[in-house]
Ligand binder design. Sequence first.
Ligand SMILES: *Cc1c(COP(=O)(O)O)cnc(C)c1O
Length: 403
Amino acid sequence: MTNAPITLGPMPDANGYFGEYGGSFIPPNLSAAMADISKAYDEITKREDFQAELHSLFANYVGRPSPIFHAKRLSDKLGGAQIHLKREDLNHTGAHKINHCLGEALLAKFMNKKKVIAETGAGQHGVALATACALVGIPCEIHMGQVDIEKEHPNTTKIRILGATLVPVTRGQATLKEAVDNAFEEYLKNPEDYFYAIGSIVGPDPFPRMVRDFQSIVGKEAREQFQDTHGKLPDIVAACVGGGSNAIGLFTAFLNDASVKIVGVEPAGKSLDVVGQHAATLTKGKPGVIHGMRCYVLEDSEGVPSAVHSIASGLDYPGIGPQHSYLKDAGRVTYETASDKETLDAFMELSHVEGIIPALESAHAVAWAIRTAPTLPKDTHILINLSGRGDKDADYVAKLLNI
Ligand SMILES: *Cc1c(COP(=O)(O)O)cnc(C)c1O
């Protein structure tokens, strides 16, 4: 790597590539549908009526802008850098996902689609999407593995209460992979009338850029808020990385600020040294193709996407957004990890010291900050994206820790 200043042009290119990553690796019968979404996305999201409606919903429905909170007690206790939290946990539905789900549901409505389809694993994407579709007034169908349906009880109930159709998938392992297959088959029955809503910055073009653009409100706000309060930019911004949507949402506004260090935090799970015991795709994977895109992939010894594990089900994914794959190779973003154990400690620490129960996903970024802050001077400012609240995880953690 050279020391040349980093200048990042508009990404992706006209073919949906971020450097060598991204693109569109899909069966021919899907190409037309994706090209259609791409074109509609470019046209519709430039329209003033679309942007006005989306931003009004961000303000009056989601509750944006979300505040930035200085975690002073935690920072003082650690005795080093100052930790600040971008409070996406305070959004309606309790996480950042509502930002892109509203964008996608609204786009589907503007495209006159008859139904929005998606899969969900732990149910977080399902709830956010069912919420957005209820509001926008468009039918929503969520495909979910039977095994996950039984595990994720509060979320499945919410999806039904919100008026979405929950489709149980019983084939194979009856978890996320089969749910994806099932949802895709349904979508392929009528791509003209249906809209497939992806839950992160993954999949074929245009989804990685579409979901990023809808999420970029997070960093746009944070940059302005921080500048207003502190008269300068944060020194470091950091976020947890599953597919990478909350991270890219924060990072995008800072990519060309050479003074700002950017850190993504991947789940090291139980062990980084054992395939299947973590989900640290950029740390341990290599370039490949998964779910219609080229990106880093975690593979087993036979070259198929490996089993993954994280204490946070939202980070449990063997691929990663193509833009993160690019930013890693370009050296613009540093990707670190936090283990299950460190994450649990961070979950409890933030709850005890600041009265904020974070999502286990977000607690990965908090864990990294807790580890790093003591090594830095007191006038260094770290801004963490607190991507969601931990109500959904409270019972699980209590059981694990026997409290
Ligand atoms: C889904 C989820 C994530 C992981 O998804 P990304 O696309 O990597 O952001 C992180 N935090 C929360 C709270 C989530 O619900």
